[in-house]
Design a protein around this ligand. Structure first.
Ligand SMILES: Nc1ncnc2c1ncn2[C@@H]1O[C@H](COP(=O)(O)OP(=O)(O)OP(=O)(O)O)[C@@H](O)[C@H]1O
Length: 261
């Protein structure tokens, strides 16, 4: 198994109160899979992704990438966040080159950056600075940078969450095309059912309090995904129902907590 998440538990203690964030989470990912992690706010999606990134340590359990335990961040994992996190003092090309510039000659590094900028259709913007780009363009630079690092796994934490609807839809098309071209392994955190159906091969649905996996659903639908066919409508309904049960549970808990105060 390429990426193996094995019996992960995570708890935080605040004012002597233990908050179980992840409870016995296990999942296996094959090389080249595009997997979405979907779940209600606070269910631990980002925590799980940060663990794969090596930024957060589990309380117990292990994560193996290609058989090697993850204990810290590494270049074999690229991360894309909701905000593009570009260096404002570097131009687009320099931003893409930054993570790998010490590993190769300048001309080679530039050529590589140009290849990935072309992939996200920003060939003409290499010399521009981040503030000269729209939010969607900045996010495309972040995606080009992550792909240019050639990581084993790409970790994306709501990468399109801050974009407007139209830009987001365009980005879905671009990411799908890039993924089909590269077949990079992707873990993609999202709140959006339609986004997860549009992009993934598999959807891991998480429940909350404590955070855990409640369903692992293969998406066996032809690409590009259509949302007006019965199979997709059925899948959307199924996931919606799963999430609704979790959100209803939280609302109930909150109400009873408020009543008993
Ligand atoms: N450093 C921390 N210290 C204490 N609690 C934390 C810490 N980081 C996360 N948590 C708690 O872990 C839980 C899960 O947070 P996380 O950000 O992983 O959820 P999420 O599913 O990504 O949420 P959202 O969809 O709203 O971004 C929350 O209850 C949060 O308060």
């Amino acid at each position: 198994m390429f990426l193996h998440i094995d019996q992960i538990n995570k708890e935080y203690t605040n004012n002597k109160v233990i908050n179980i964030v992840l409870d016995n989470v296990s999942a296996s990912v094959d090389e080249g899979e595009f997997i979405s992690i979907l779940g209600p706010s606070g269910c631990g999606k980002s925590t799980l992704l940060s663990m794969v990134a090596g930024l957060v340590k589990p309380s117990s359990g292990t994560i193996l990438l290609d058989g090697v335990p993850i204990t810290k961040p590494g270049k074999d994992r690229g991360m894309v966040f909701q905000q593009a996190a570009l260096f404002p003092w570097l131009n687009v090309e320099e931003n893409v080159i930054f993570p790998y510039k010490k590993e190769m000659k300048k001309a080679e590094a530039v050529e590589k950056a140009r290849h990935y900028l072309q992939m996200v259709q920003l060939s003409n913007y290499g010399k521009h600075y981040p503030h000269e780009l729209s939010g969607g363009m900045q996010q495309r630079v972040a995606i080009a940078r992550a792909f240019a690092m050639d990581p084993k796994v790409l970790l994306m934490d709501e990468p399109f969450g801050a974009l407007d609807e139209q830009t987001r839809t365009r980005m879905h098309g671009e990411l799908e095309r890039i993924w089909l071209d590269t077949k990079k392994t992707v873990l993609f955190v999202t709140h959006s059912i339609s986004e997860s159906i549009k992009l993934s091969e598999r959807i891991i649905v998480m429940g909350t309090r404590p955070g855990r996996i409640i369903a692992d659903i293969p998406v066996d639908l032809p690409r590009p995904r259509r949302f007006d066919v019965p199979e997709t409508i059925e899948l959307e309904k199924r996931i919606n129902q799963l999430l609704k049960e979790e959100i209803d549970k939280v609302v109930k808990e909150e109400l009873s907590y408020a009543e008993n105060r």
